[in-house]
Design a protein around this ligand. Structure first.
Ligand code: CIR
Length: 251
């Protein structure tokens, strides 16, 4: 069974982090509608959802992906790289503990789950402004002992997380933004045109892919590769540098 954890949108989401202040303010009511559409899509694709309550003291708490890395029956609880986000993992760890063995990381390690992409027994990890060498070492320590390979990836300047430009399509393929990373790093890359880079962050469940609405060439590329795309609206999370994988932890 596919399980997923998501977390509600707090009123304080209006003040979520963004590298560049959005041109229009974040509309929290619309963000909640869009979050519901995302959760509905996960449910329609068969995921069993646990919905955690939002925390007003953590404006970015909807982005649960950053709080844990799950592989091989273990959840490594992260120390998110943004100081304002470091309280977020607590409630997520408690929820994950019902299903998975829990491992943790300590200062000075920082790591955001959005920098981690698992394909089969390989975890690619972006070295980013959020994920430091100590975080990558801890990731390797936890998962290498469980038969997984950890492969660090240098990110291009200005890319927040590895999965902003590449996301998994099952265990042996990725959806990769054209011109972002060397396609030779990954098996069987399905390439999203550079003009649609934002759509490279998508959630695949089997042959179905939840993808950001408004990127027609990406729909064509996914269909041609044998996947069924399910577009959902993302305008409000995008204003906070978020997208689709970041709104859930799936295993
Ligand atoms: C942040 O800057 O941390 C949030 N506003 C966005 C996090 C998005 N997370 C992700 O893509 N994994």
């Amino acid at each position: 069974m596919t399980r997923a954890i998501v977390r509600g949108v707090p009123d304080s989401f209006a003040y979520a982090l963004s590298a560049v202040a959005p041109e229009a303010p974040i509309l929290v009511g619309l963000a909640r509608q869009q979050h519901r559409a995302y959760c509905d899509a996960l449910g329609e694709l068969g995921a069993s959802l646990t919905v955690l309550p939002p925390d007003e003291a953590s404006p970015d708490c909807v982005f649960v992906e950053d709080t844990a890395v799950i592989a091989g029956g273990v959840a490594l609880i992260t120390r998110p790289g943004a100081p304002s986000r470091q309280a977020e993992p607590g409630i997520v760890a408690a929820a994950l503990a019902a299903h998975l063995e829990i491992a943790r990381m300590a200062e000075p390690a920082t790591l955001d789950g959005g920098d981690c992409l698992r394909l089969g027994s390989t975890i690619y990890v972006g070295r980013s402004a959020r994920t430091n060498d100590a975080g990558i070492s801890r990731l390797a320590q936890v998962f290498a002992t469980r038969g997984l390979r950890v492969v660090p990836v240098e990110l291009p300047a200005g890319v927040l997380h590895l999965k902003c430009v590449v996301s998994p399509l099952g265990d042996d393929r990725v959806l990769l933004a054209e011109g972002s990373l060397d396609p030779g790093l990954f098996p069987h890359p399905v390439i999203v045109p550079a003009a649609e880079t934002y759509a490279a962050n998508a959630v695949a469940i089997g042959a179905h892919v939840i993808v950001a609405e408004g990127f027609p060439r990406t729909l064509d590329v996914l269909s041609a590769a044998g996947f069924t795309p399910h577009p959902v609206p993302t305008s409000e999370v995008r204003k906070a540098d978020g997208s689709l994988t970041c709104q859930s932890l799936i295993w």
